[in-house]
Design a protein around this ligand. Structure first.
Ligand code: PLP
Length: 394
């Protein structure tokens, strides 16, 4: 029997990392020792105290039944306490916080609650692709706000056409950014909140990398530090990167009560909550002293500095990011600004995986992204190989 995929899936370009995985496995089959600077999955283990908390919680039969749809009160309270401590904002765990099975789950489900077929949403290009796909899944259309180096990879709201601003129901943004590593400023968030109130647009901010930063004086912000944000915004948080918990699938959304309730309504119909034992361990992580995160930040900082050196050695212009664990760099000379050609060259001639910028949207053309999730020795080896391959090409 032949099965026809639904249009929403058929029209979708292949998920960026699926294509990269295929190239990696082809190279490995040929015996190449592939070094992947591609996908950003933390290489460090989850801190032991969190693993122990899960192990203890899993032994308690009370965690074995269906969790509550909105998430356990213990986890939501811990998330609220974290937001108060870290950002100085007050979120009511009853109505303004909901547990997610990883922030991706929430980002993917949220547009279903507020986007009707034919509605318009604004997403950034380059940007984390899930926001755009989620809008399309809900039947909505996407206007891509092109980000540029000269605007520090922040959208220029004044350049969004009036008809787009009038029609758009939501805007999705991610800071600290995957892929560019840019962070949002207080001025930008103030401008964004005023714009959203004026144009009656929902703001979705993705804060998955909020705790991976390099300068205590320039910690990433929450949109809720901006007055008025609770009128129009929902923010997505994750334990994945903060505590090396990508496989655990746990995060939360915080924000405007109606927006949280809308997301909750979708979730009651598609999932049955996050495993209670994971929520219990997650609450313990969020209430911890964050020493493990400080240690992690120091590790990424050393890698970031080494990567900046390595990128220089292959002629890729970049600036050190203030947050997140990605470095966004310009394709070196000699590749016609073609990021896909450069990424193919790296894997084929050097056995090194980098992510082509255009995989994050047209605005990423001419750039590539590397992840700081490999150790320094491997990273240095990767840059040496690429440098040698480039030299051999000349
Ligand atoms: N947001 C961004 C920008 C990401 O890069 C990721 C994961 O890579 C996520 C959200 C999803 O994270 P999780 O679902 O693990 O919380």
């Amino acid at each position: 029997m032949q099965f026809e995929l639904a249009k929403r899936i058929k029209d979708l370009p292949p998920y960026l990392f699926a294509g990269i995985d295929k190239k990696i496995s082809e190279a490995r089959k040929k015996g190449v020792d592939v070094i992947s600077l591609g996908i950003g999955d933390p290489d460090q283990p989850t801190p032991k105290f969190i693993v122990k908390a899960l192990s203890d919680a899993a032994k308690d039969p009370r965690t074995h039944q269906y969790p509550s749809y909105a998430g356990s009160m213990e986890f939501r309270e811990a998330a609220g306490e974290f937001m108060a401590r870290r950002f100085g904002v007050t979120m009511d765990p009853n109505t303004e916080i909901i547990t997610l099975i990883g922030s991706k789950e929430g980002i993917a489900h949220f547009p279903m609650a507020f986007i009707n077929p034919g509605d318009l949403a604004i997403c950034c290009s380059p940007g984390y692709p899930v926001g755009k796909t989620a809008v399309n899944f809900a039947g909505g259309d996407v206007y891509e706000a092109k980000l540029t180096k000269s605007s520090k990879w922040l959208p220029d709201l004044r350049r969004i056409p009036d008809d787009v601003a009038a029609k758009a129901k939501l805007i999705y943004l991610c800071y600290p950014s995957n892929p560019t590593g840019a962070t949002a400023t207080q001025e930008f968030f103030s401008e964004l909140v005023s714009w959203a109130m004026k144009t009656r647009t929902i703001i979705m901010t993705d804060c998955a990398y909020s705790e991976i930063y390099y300068d205590e004086a320039e910690k990433p912000l929450s949109i809720f530090e901006t007055p008025g944000a609770k009128e129009c915004a929902i923010e997505f948080h994750s334990l994945s990167k903060t505590f090396n918990m990508t496989g655990w699938r746990i995060g939360w959304a915080a924000g405007n009560e109606q927006l949280i309730a809308g997301l909750g309504k979708v979730k009651t119909n598609v999932d049955s909550g996050a495993f209670n034992a994971i929520q219990r361990a997650g609450a313990i992580a969020l209430r911890s002293d964050f020493k493990s995160v400080e240690k992690l930040r120091r590790l990424y900082k050393r890698r970031r500095n080494a990567a900046a050196q390595g990128l220089k050695s292959i002629g890729a212009k970049t600036s050190k990011p203030k947050a997140g664990f990605f470095i966004w760099a310009e394709v070196p000379d000699g590749f016609n600004d073609d990021d896909v050609q450069f990424a193919d060259f790296c894997i084929e001639k050097a056995g090194v995986v980098v992510t082509p910028g255009s995989g994050f949207g047209e605005g990423g053309r001419g750039y590539f992204r590397i992840a700081l999730t490999v150790d320094i020795e491997r990273m240095e080896e990767a840059f040496k190989r690429v440098e040698k391959a480039i030299a051999a090409r000349k």
